[in-house]
Ligand binder design. Structure first.
Ligand SMILES: C[S@@+](CC[C@H](N)C(=O)[O-])C[C@H]1O[C@@H](n2cnc3c(N)ncnc32)[C@H](O)[C@@H]1O
Length: 213
């Protein structure tokens, strides 16, 4: 499910990156109550779980395949339950969680099959009727983006994938791709937004809330 170079990148940048995509709490709260069990997949240094904890949610678990991110998270928020994974299977039982959140993780898993596998793992650990919340990035029309999508299209066979100078590969998606990827969920919310990126740019993005059928 993952590319080892990409994991290496996250370990390398652990201390220098701040993840900016805002969690849409007001919307989330319409579907999720404070006693529900929540799993944050690709939790990074735990900022979203820390925000949820400060708002009274208490059944919280975060997983990330970067040991660096987990270490930073535990240093910042020692009370959080943050677990390092192998990036392949989600190390949790079937139907264990009420809610899974996935913020800015699809963008760093560019391959269709790897994204499909991750969503299938998420679906496995969610209870029937459970909630999936996703924030991620969409295609942009700015020339800088169009040029890099075009440049890397032949390498990755996907329009929207690009490589940063430091070697990490990211993907900006079409709306159709996201809706197809999440088709085993009943969509409840899909809203487009413009987000800041961790590298100081802006990008089209979305947040999505769906219910496991
Ligand atoms: C852009 S960061 C976002 C972190 C966090 N979700 C946030 O918004 O603050 C992407 C995170 O996903 C993690 N990640 C990427 N692919 C993963 C995988 N297959 N399994 C677990 N973690 C993964 C990376 O290590 C990194 O911490």
């Amino acid at each position: 499910m993952h590319n080892p170079d990409q994991k290496h990148y996250w370990d390398e940048v652990t201390e220098e990156k701040e993840f900016p995509t805002p969690f849409q709490f007001a919307e989330f709260e319409k579907y999720v109550s404070r006693d529900m069990s929540i799993l944050d997949v690709g939790c990074g240094y735990g900022r979203t779980l820390a925000e949820l904890k400060s708002k009274g949610f208490h059944n919280l678990t975060g997983i990330d395949y970067s040991q660096g991110m987990i270490n930073r998270g535990l240093r910042l928020y020692p009370d959080l339950d943050l677990i390092k994974t192998d990036g392949e299977k989600v190390p949790c039982g079937d139907c264990e969680f009420d809610v899974v959140i996935l913020l800015a993780v699809l963008t760093s898993i560019y391959h269709d099959n790897d994204q499909i596998e991750l969503i299938s793992e998420i679906s496995r650990v969610l209870k029937k009727g459970g909630i999936l919340y996703v924030n991620d990035y969409l295609l942009n029309q700015a020339q800088r983006n169009k040029d890099r999508y075009q440049k890397y299209k032949s390498d990755y066979n996907i329009y929207g994938v690009f490589k940063l100078p430091e070697g990490a590969v990211f993907r900006h998606h079409t709306t159709e791709h996201i809706l197809k990827l999440t088709e085993s969920f009943k969509p409840l919310v899909f809203e487009k937004r413009v987000y800041n990126t961790m590298n100081g740019h802006i990008s089209n993005g979305f947040y999505y809330i769906g219910r496991k059928k």
